[in-house]
Design a protein around this ligand. Structure first.
Ligand SMILES: Cc1cc2nc3c(=O)[nH]c(=O)nc-3n(C[C@H](O)[C@H](O)[C@H](O)COP(=O)(O)O)c2cc1C
Ligand code: SF4
Ligand code: SF4
Length: 258
């Protein structure tokens, strides 16, 4: 039985989920969505999975774009996993709706809580708390694997309806602004021109000009650049200077290079 998993990840949480599922399911390949989005997407497998982080209670732009490019063909079983810092809100329901428009069924939708990476609002949580969340995430992955390997239909997980409605309005007002939010990034004197930010950006939105990163106004707002900068030289507005950066400890930055 063949499984193809497609993931998007800025700080590694969703990549770890993809890798953990792949390690437990024989004959599973994982594909980075930013790398395959402009190619023919290989849906020739019994099980297809889409794994992504929740943004403002909804889906990242690149996931919407990815789903819009899918050619339904004969997908037999499709599941999605969203990773979130606190709550999935209605993001998997949004995924289900979008897939339905393409006549594709979402057979199961799972959410996994992971350390939040929204540095714009908060820094990384303490190491002990991170470890607890990783342990719980691994347990949930066992449950997910047992459901998907039997290709069972399962519920689409979501927060409560009223809460989702509130968050949805926040998502719809913030989402169109994402591409140009990169104007809030600045670099300080610690930048050593290492180019990590340029390489880790999933959408090639950073170009080095005179050995300095410059943002191009087509941002996913994923925060990979600011979280992975080894010199902590990137700031977002005025609040991030002293905030602890986050990325999943099992992932090396090179695994996320486009
Ligand atoms: C722009 C943005 C918005 C986010 N919004 C939410 C949110 O609404 N709810 C939540 O629980 N986590 C939110 N997060 C946190 C991420 O969903 C979470 O940390 C995720 O696991 C990151 O996955 P990654 O490491 O694969 O990129 C947000 C993160 C970013 C960058
Ligand atoms: S990752 Fe940081 S140090 Fe390296 S080029 Fe980018 S801003 Fe400069
Ligand atoms: S510029 Fe930074 S925040 Fe924007 S998409 Fe690239 S890595 Fe993500």
């Amino acid at each position: 039985m063949k499984t193809n998993l497609f993931y998007f990840s800025a700080t590694g949480n969703s990549l770890v989920v993809a890798k953990d599922i792949a390690a437990k399911l024989p004959n599973t390949q994982i594909f980075s969505i930013p790398q395959v989005i402009n190619q023919r997407i290989d849906l020739n497998a019994e099980i297809i999975g889409i794994i992504y982080p929740v943004y403002y209670g909804g889906m990242p732009r690149i996931i919407i774009d990815f789903i819009n490019r899918l050619e339904p063909g004969n997908i037999k079983y499709l599941f999605a996993v969203c990773t979130c810092g606190a709550f999935p809100a209605g993001s998997l329901l949004q995924t289900q709706k979008l897939l339905r428009l393409k006549n594709i069924a979402l057979n199961a939708g799972f959410s996994i809580q992971m350390p939040g990476n929204y540095l714009v609002r908060y820094g990384a949580i303490a190491g002990k708390k991170q470890k607890d969340q990783f342990a719980k995430a691994k347990m949930k992955i066992d449950v997910i694997v047992s459901i998907i390997q039997n290709q069972q239909n399962n519920k689409i997980e979501a927060s409560n309806h009223l809460f989702n409605m509130l968050v949805e309005s926040m998502y719809h007002s913030s989402f169109p602004k994402f591409p140009t939010l990169d104007r809030n990034f600045t670099i300080d004197e610690r930048c050593n021109s290492c180019q990590v930010c340029e390489k880790v950006c999933p959408v090639q939105n950073i170009k080095m000009v005179d050995n300095r990163p410059t943002w191009q106004g087509n941002c996913e707002h994923c925060l990979a650049c600011i979280q992975w900068c080894p010199a902590k030289a990137i700031q977002y507005g005025k609040q991030t200077t002293n905030r602890k950066r986050y990325h999943h400890p099992e992932i090396k930055v090179k695994e996320l290079y486009r």
